[in-house]
Design a protein around this ligand. Sequence first.
Ligand code: NAP
Length: 246
Amino acid sequence: MSENKVALVTGASRGIGRGVALKLGSLGYDVAVNYNSNEEEANKVVDAIKAYGVNAIAVKANVGERGDVNAMFRTVVKELGRIDVLVNNAGVVDDAFLLMLSPDSLDRSLNINVKGYFYCAQAATLKMFKAKKGVIVNVSSVSSKMALPGQSVYAATKGAVNSMTATLATELAPYGIRVNAVAPGFIATDMVAKLPEDKKAEYLTQVPLGRFGEVEEVANLVAFLASDDASYITGQTIVIDGGLSL
Ligand code: NAP
């Protein structure tokens, strides 16, 4: 087993999670790349990480299923030895006006964006307790800080992430575990690509820096929060949005 730190990034087959997994690999972490359905893309991420000379594995799990999550953590510890960093990133958005909101969509968002973060935080903390050291970084959203019509469920799930981040930081600080969140604005991923063109153009006009963010920019922030350079930062939700929420 290598001496490298080990990071698990959920939802790392694409988008922000992929960027975070690659960044952590480039910094010398062994990385577990979680995915839900996209095995081929996850394996490509694993190969790209291994090119940095570190170890990486792809692990399939629906983070909204507790059984999947526990099995995933068993695999990661068996294959990579331990868990130093958890990045709770896997998330879904399914915008709808309140009266159009379907119960299935509501359950799915709550299961993945909220319960999934708790399941993973619980499983990671069980491992981190023993080491008396660990870091959890939760990927929230600027939607938790500003009101956008149609995003009541998504915003509520991300508001829950911010609250759990602050509370868990106080609970876990005595055990050497830091917990922070990042709240991105519009980042150029599949999630934003799926927005209607007129919406994208409208949103762009609201970003003072005049462009959507890149996954690498979010990955740099997550990597900083995961590192010892951020050793006195815990419980915070750090906005990275090009000024959108100002
Ligand atoms: P994305 O491009 O749609 O990618 C989503 C990732 O999550 C994929 O790897 C997907 O895996 C995985 N995933 C989805 N459901 C899952 C489940 N049930 N279990 C495990 N993995 C699952 O999303 P993104 O834009 O990178 O967003 C990542 C995170 O950033 C989310 O929490 C999102 O809310 C947040 N965020 C994004 C933006 C943005 O502008 N993009 C802004 C603010 C916050 P498969 O490929 O296997 O389906």
